[in-house]
Write a protein that binds this ligand. Structure first.
Ligand SMILES: [Mg+2]
Length: 346
């Protein structure tokens, strides 16, 4: 198990490139000065980037290198899902200490490659730099979509329905349990929660099929918490939102996790980060078409409220009382981020 210092930069790059799968649409791939990619003239390029920093986004020893790679892919794939784009090509840069193990780097890159390949994308280039302190990773993901058809955060109107995939809060619940107990050796009652954090689903295929229904007027992915990201969509669309408490999907596993980690279930559900699920504004007349698209792929989809003309994001109880959603999502620079109910992973 040689370190990067022992093999040197160029051998490390040669080993990483040799292990990478080929990608479609690549005229010149990794190993040259730049990649050359073939674009379809009827489509638009959709581009996103996300960086992970050691001890903020991952902790050595808690998770395997493959998982770090897969989560880095998921963070970027989720942004393309929120635009209903098709992922194509990735560029990855990393700041690594010279004592970084070569096999661990290959495992990280393999985890990244597998997660990208599951949605038709591959890495076509990148760069390594040596660091002394915390290591970091940065992925840029390029995708495409039919010209003029990308979803955005703007476009929701009063009367549109609010839909959400999955069960927000599960990833943060899983992370808290992972921090307490480590990665479970076998099946446990919280395996599904651990999986939500270790291997977040990317809703790419669902988003692309959902785009075909034309039911979706606006979208955002939940990376910083349901309430915080819903508020961003509302701001971009200049609408407010009312969540119907009674319509929120029951999740006994999440409730059990909340009890075990001493968090309020409501805080976990609305304010915890890292789920990479989608929040959608749905034209009410096309709800059935969207439900059919979700059912066909086995994607959990819940309708949890509606957009309204009045500003603000509220939860409406069974008794009709309105209260603001807890919305302390993750903010990289705000002091208040330390007050989140669940310790964030970053
Ligand atoms: Mg996003």
């Amino acid at each position: 198990m040689p370190t990067l210092r022992e093999v040197g930069e160029f051998e490390a790059i040669r080993r990483v490139l040799a292990a990478r799968p080929a990608a479609a649409g690549v005229v010149v791939g990794g190993g040259d000065d730049a990649a050359v990619l073939r674009l379809d003239p009827a489509r638009e390029l959709v581009v996103t980037t996300d960086a992970f920093v050691e001890d903020r986004h991952w902790r050595a020893g808690l998770i395997e290198p493959e998982t770090i790679g897969a989560r880095l892919a998921a963070a970027n794939l989720s942004d393309l899902a929120a635009m209903a784009a098709r992922p194509r090509w990735a560029l990855v840069s990393a700041g690594l200490r010279p004592d970084h193990d070569l096999d661990a780097l290959l495992a990280l890159d393999a985890g990244l490659a597998r997660a990208l390949a599951a949605h038709g994308a591959a890495t076509v280039g990148g760069n390594f730099a040596a660091v002394e302190g915390a290591e970091w990773l940065s992925l840029t993901l390029l995708g495409d979509c039919a010209a003029g058809r990308a979803w955005t955060r703007a476009g929701a109107r009063a009367g549109d329905l609010i839909a959400v995939t999955g069960s927000p809060g599960r990833a943060a619940g899983g992370l808290s349990l992972l921090q307490r107990h480590g990665v479970p050796a076998g099946e446990t009652w919280w395996s599904a929660l651990a999986a939500a954090w270790l291997a977040p689903p990317a809703r790419i295929e669902f988003a692309r099929n959902a785009a075909e229904t034309e039911a979706v007027a606006a979208a955002i992915d939940i990376s910083d918490g349901f309430a915080a990201d819903l508020a961003r969509l509302c701001e971009a669309s200049r609408v407010g939102a009312e969540i119907a408490a009674a319509e929120w999907p029951q999740d006994p596993l999440l409730d059990r996790a909340a009890a075990e980690i001493g968090a309020e279930p409501r805080a976990l559900r609305f304010a915890a980060s890292d789920d990479y699920e989608l929040v959608l504004a749905v034209r009410s007349g096309l709800r059935g078409a969207l439900e059919a698209a979700a059912r066909a792929l086995g994607v959990p989809l819940a309708f949890v409220g509606r957009f309204v003309a009045a500003e603000g994001v509220f939860e409406v109880g069974a008794d009709g009382a309105r209260r603001p959603l807890p919305r302390e999502g993750w903010d990289h620079f705000a002091r208040s981020s330390r007050k989140t109910a669940v310790p964030p992973s970053r």
